[in-house]
Design a binder for this molecule. Structure first.
Ligand code: PLP
Length: 461
């Protein structure tokens, strides 16, 4: 099997040709000189490019391929469904059986007796906006129409629709497309490198919670609909909060009667080492937002799950708010539902949350020492389960541009050794399939350690 070879300039240019009519998501429209890797095939934890060269996929597609690539039982289930009923809708009183089956499965897996109803969508951004709209509708239904505001975290990522962009924690995403939703406020991320630079986890929780309470007092709990957060912030740089943070947020939400939305698009279905991220801290949110791992990326699919309180409020509304005036053509697509049912079977049968926990801990142990070995470049190594980050941010000797180049150098070097990781400006992110083995983890570690050594050699020249 051929291992990946970095391409020469002329080859890169050739590969730009098919891009004439195409924009990449989240990409500089002028970044035409960069190498594009065209993926043609996937198998287990590996992907293969258009020359048949193989790469270990430590990105898991886009942290979504939880069961790995090209699983026969998932493909067969999709194909069987395709030959029976390739599409039908779920609007008004029409359905297909797989939607009911999957809704029941999700409620069972939630291990939260309060969870009551599932609303299907076509992906994570849909699921986030569903959560935001329906929580506002809930407060209308129970005659508290002033409760419209949302609290979210700095560094948060909640997808790219207007709702999710409004509660996102990165101003850049709003810069050119505003105005976004009114009434969205942010509080500090529970990150030791936030404005307090606090290394003591208990103290950090205390500072974060005090800030949340201050904001609630300032804006008034009567105006706040919900607090939305990722159990572990993903795209913001894999921020694992202190142990006490999540339970403390739940307590504040209860105290001020604010709904808690857990955006589990990345953490859902085992990635963080428990079936859902919030359950890792024993916390029961009012709403769960799901996508990615739900169907392991085989077919676009998402879901938003609501607890009994919200369901009761909406179903017993007397002002018309009992009607769900929301939905998409592809909500609960039958192919997505069968893919998800088959994927979740694998997740349970192979106990993938446990594997994510063990292999993630193993990889974190391997990676931790590189922080001190390459301290001129790396400022932190962190993660939980199979969501890991190597942080180059704030490395004192380098300018922001140099830091980005350092990250790029290490990520490119890893590719040259047959391992694909994700470089996010100042951070390398590792988020592979939950089927990753310790041997795979070792390959990731070796490629990154060699990449850092190569970076050091280059900078010494
Ligand atoms: N929420 C979180 C936490 C995410 O990480 C993402 C995507 O990465 C989304 C929502 C949006 O999901 P999608 O890209 O499927 O719309």
């Amino acid at each position: 099997m051929k291992v990946y070879q970095m391409k020469k300039k002329e080859e890169i240019k050739m590969k730009q040709k098919p891009k004439k009519y195409f924009w990449h998501p989240m990409t500089d429209t002028r970044a035409s000189e960069q190498e594009t890797i065209i993926i043609e095939r996937g198998e287990g934890n590996y992907i293969f490019n258009d020359s048949g060269e193989k790469l270990l996929d430590a990105v898991g597609g886009l942290w979504c391929m939880n069961v790995g690539h090209n699983r026969k039982t998932v493909n067969d289930a999709i194909s069987k469904q395709m030959n029976k009923l390739s599409y039908y809708q779920l609007f008004t009183n029409i359905a297909h059986p797989k939607a009911y089956e999957l809704a029941e499965k999700i409620i069972t897996l939630a291990e939260n007796e309060d969870m009551a109803k599932v609303f299907f969508t076509s992906g994570g951004s849909d699921s986030v906006d569903t959560a935001l709209k329906i929580t506002r509708q809930y407060w209308e239904a129970v005659e508290k129409p002033k409760k419209k505001m949302f609290i979210s975290l700095e560094r948060a990522y909640h997808g790219m629709h207007y709702g999710g962009t409004s509660v996102g924690g990165n101003d850049l995403y709003r810069k050119f497309i505003g105005p976004t939703l009114e009434g969205c406020i942010q509080v500090s991320s529970p990150h030791k490198k936030n404005k307090w630079n606090c290394e003591d986890p208990e103290k950090l929780t205390q500072l974060c919670i005090e800030e949340i309470v201050e904001k609630i007092d300032y804006y008034g709990a009567d105006n706040i609909a919900a607090f939305i957060m990722e159990p572990i912030q993903g795209a913001g740089g894999i921020i694992v909060p202190p142990e006490s943070y999540w339970p403390a947020v739940r307590e504040v939400c209860d105290q001020y009667d604010i709904l808690l939305i857990s955006d589990e698009v990345v953490t859902g279905f085992g990635r963080s080492g428990s079936m859902f991220g919030c359950r890792g801290w024993g916390v029961k949110p009012d709403v769960m937002v799901l996508a990615k791992g739900l169907s392991s990326g085989y077919i676009p699919m998402g879901a938003t799950v609501f607890n009994q309180r919200i369901v009761n409020g909406i179903e017993s509304a007397e002002n018309g708010a009992n009607i769900i005036i929301h939905g998409q053509t592809y909500s609960g697509h039958p192919l997505g539902c069968v893919a998800a049912l088959e994927v979740l079977k694998i997740v349970e049968n192979e106990n993938l949350p446990q594997n994510a926990k063990e292999v993630g801990a193993y990889l974190l142990d391997l990676l931790k020492p590189i922080q001190s070995e390459y301290s001129e470049y790396i400022t932190d190594v962190r993660g939980k389960g199979l969501m890991l980050a190597i942080d180059f941010e704030d490395a004192g000797n380098f300018s922001p541009e140099e830091i980005t180049n350092n990250v790029q150098h290490v990520a490119d070097y890893a590719i040259s050794q047959g391992v694909l990781v994700r470089d996010e400006l100042k951070t390398i992110i590792i988020s592979p399939s939950l089927t990753f083995t310790k041997e795979d983890a070792k390959k990731v570690y070796t490629s990154l350690a060699n990449g850092l050594e190569s970076l050091r050699r280059k900078n010494r020249k």
